[in-house]
Design a protein around this ligand. Structure first.
Ligand code: S3P
Length: 200
């Protein structure tokens, strides 16, 4: 697993992107906690690689015709997780794309099977303080509603990090320019494709 710590310039990132475009044969799925920055990074990555972008929460909302919060409220978390698993089965079957997952998606065994065996999983990591701060600016996350976000995130990290650590690649979501994180992600993906190239 690569953590992508070397400095990557815009020019190198473009060269690596070209290489990724020529090699990629499956979706890239961004996994990680709420507020780690999966959706923003995913959108940027898809644009650079010139492939489709999907956000699993948005896909669920579109098929349900209501928001994630409303699904949790009216139908409960198990119904949301079932819808999430259906969305993943469909999106992963569609081939090359970037998919930003909801933070709890890979905690469902059927989703974990798909993501870790049939896609390239990129774990987007951020410091707890950064995630607490980002989540404080939105109230669209039912698991945090009316709760101490720092405590909930800390508890979830303990359960989820062992599963997230199955990812093929990791990137640190920086506080600085978003392109820094993007370039690190591109570098980590290119490194990974290089390392598996011989066996495919
Ligand atoms: C959840 C994360 C959310 C959304 C839902 C549940 C979770 O997505 O799927 O509120 O269990 O961590 P983001 O990770 O995009 O916030």
């Amino acid at each position: 697993m690569h953590t992508g710590v070397r400095k990557v310039t815009a020019q190198t990132a473009e060269q690596l992107s070209e290489k990724i475009r020529g090699t990629l044969d499956r979706p890239i799925v961004l996994i990680g906690m709420m507020g780690a920055g999966k959706s923003k990074l995913g959108r940027m990555l898809a644009k650079v690689l010139d492939i489709p972008f999907y956000d699993s929460d948005v896909e669920i909302e579109q098929s349900a015709g209501c928001s994630v919060s409303e699904i949790f409220e009216k139908l409960g978390e198990p119904a949301f997780r079932a819808a999430e698993a259906r969305v993943f089965a469909r999106l992963v079957g569609q081939g090359v794309a970037v998919i930003a997952s909801g933070g709890g998606a890979v905690m469902t065994p059927s989703v974990a099977d798909l993501v870790f065996n049939q896609t390239l999983a990129l774990w987007v990591r951020a410091e707890l303080d950064v995630m607490v701060d980002r989540n404080s600016r939105h109230d669209n996350r039912p698991l945090l509603k009316g709760k101490d976000a720092r405590q909930v995130l800390t508890d979830l990290m303990a359960v989820r990090y062992p599963v997230y650590s199955r990812a093929h690649m990791t990137v640190e979501s920086q506080e600085g320019p978003a392109t820094d994180t993007l370039y690190q992600a591109i570098s980590a993906i290119a490194d990974h494709l290089d390392s598996v190239g011989v066996s495919r």
